[in-house]
Design a protein around this ligand. Structure first.
Ligand SMILES: Cc1cc2nc3c(=O)[nH]c(=O)nc-3n(C[C@H](O)[C@H](O)[C@H](O)COP(=O)(O)O)c2cc1C
Length: 406
């Protein structure tokens, strides 16, 4: 994965219990190809050692403001300039107060003050500390100073309390970093994304479904949100965390998805249908569980009726919406995709070969072919999260060239 390729990020670590998660954050950023330097407060070193963070970042960790050797190699002002983004995770109540007050009494606070790029804080503290009047006041001041506050989340805390104050998980902080460093090419636009499978019940306990994991749709939604869009994510049953910055609607059947999508696309600019919507649903849903009262080998017949084609309906009923569909094919990929795009009236279709086990359904990688009215391009096997970003870039480009762009 390389969504942060060549991005320079300083991770500041202050003295909170959530410092044990900082190495995981650094590791994930490095996996995304970011160049990471870590700066720790004095108290942070009581919670985690600089050696651990040096090992995961691949760079010496800086802890001192007054340090002749380090200063000669890269001065604190150069270090502040080096950073595209500074993220303090965890940010203690004490650090929030110092930054809100404009203090420059240690290396990390000085870097934040000297930074030209964005400075983000991931607050982490006991919920009473988080709701204390002074912390509320400092949070308001930091926002007024255009510092980014990422979190905190709500949940169980290390001290045994329950409530607001948990540091966001490392994977969510990485998504925030990507969003903070992504050009806002979709600012002001509304993008509706569908994801996952649908479930078509035929009795109260059974349904027809498919193997869609939702990973590709969630990656697209995350990338669109990172590009500044208002994202409505409409998803079938999946076990994935909600991507940062998206509005999520969970539902089950194709009919429910149809209703939600038609409602949300009424005011949308772009629709991206990634969900593997069931083509058919049982004609009758039995009120009671169907009993196993046949002989072995005896048939049970379930009549199916065809569901509405959601992407085609968006294209015909909301013709101003730039409509992108996904096509899962098992043979003649390009030809079927071209025919499908025209038949459904879509602006673009993204086709993938689901007969290849190494890509597509349930896998972390995907390889696709993009087909639009006067062009076609192929993207080789790529991690789905990265592919989400690439596809959103391509969709944005083609949307901007289309008469539907505003
Ligand atoms: C065991 C322990 C855990 C702590 N956890 C937190 C915490 O999660 N959040 C916080 O704001 N302060 C926490 N503190 C208090 C900070 O360590 C203290 O305010 C310190 O001065 C922070 O220094 P720094 O902001 O320069 O790193 C904790 C203290 C101890 C002893």
């Amino acid at each position: 994965m390389s969504r942060l390729a060549n991005k320079h990020i300083i991770i500041g670590v202050t003295g909170g219990i959530a410092a044990y998660k900082s190495p995981e954050l650094v590791r994930r950023l490095v996996e995304e190809a970011a160049l990471v330097q870590v700066v720790m407060s004095h108290h942070a070193q009581s919670f985690i050692t600089p050696l651990t963070l040096q090992a995961v970042s691949g760079n010496p960790v800086r802890t001192e403001l007054i340090d002749e050797g380090a200063e000669a190699a890269m001065s604190h002002i150069e270090l502040a300039r080096w950073a595209d983004l500074i993220v303090v995770a965890p940010a203690t109540a004490n650090f929030m107060a110092r930054l809100a007050g404009g203090f420059a009494d240690d290396l990390l606070a000085t870097l934040c003050l000297a930074a030209r790029g964005p400075v983000a804080l991931a607050p982490a503290m006991n919920e009473v500390m988080w709701s204390a009047a002074a912390t509320r006041r400092n949070a308001r001041q930091l926002e007024a100073d255009e510092r980014l506050l990422w979190g905190p989340g709500v949940g169980s805390q290390a001290c045994g309390d329950e409530g607001a104050g948990r540091m966001l998980e490392p994977h969510a902080l990485v998504e925030h970093c990507i969003a903070a460093l992504t050009p806002k090419s979709l600012e002001g636009l509304c993008v509706v994304v569908t994801a996952g499978p649908t479930r078509e019940a035929f009795d109260p306990v059974r349904y027809i479904s498919n193997h869609s994991s939702g990973k590709q749709g969630f990656a697209m939604a995350a990338a669109a949100a990172a590009a500044g869009a208002h994202v409505e994510l409409v998803t079938g049953p999946v076990s994935l965390p909600t991507p940062v910055g998206t509005h999520r609607t969970d539902l089950s059947s194709a009919s429910e998805m149809y209703a939600a999508v038609m409602d949300k696309t009424a005011n949308a600019d772009i629709f991206i249908g990634v969900a593997a919507v069931s083509d058919y649903r049982p004609k009758h849903v039995q009120a009671q569980k169907i009993k196993k009262d046949r002989m072995e080998g005896e048939q049970l017949e379930i009549e199916l009726v065809q569901n509405a084609d959601i992407a085609a309906c968006v294209a015909s009923q909301h013709p101003g919406v730039y409509t992108v569909g996904f096509a899962a094919e098992t043979q003649h990929l390009e030809r079927h995709a071209r025919e499908k795009r025209v038949r459904k009236g879509l602006d673009m279709i993204i086709a993938n070969d689901v007969s290849d086990q190494s890509i597509g359904f349930n896998s972390d990688e995907n390889a696709v072919t993009l087909v639009w009215d006067d062009g076609e391009s192929r993207i080789a096997s790529t991690p789905k999260s990265e592919l989400g970003t690439i596809l959103i870039e391509r969709i944005t480009e083609l949307y901007r060239q289309s008469p539907k762009a505003r």
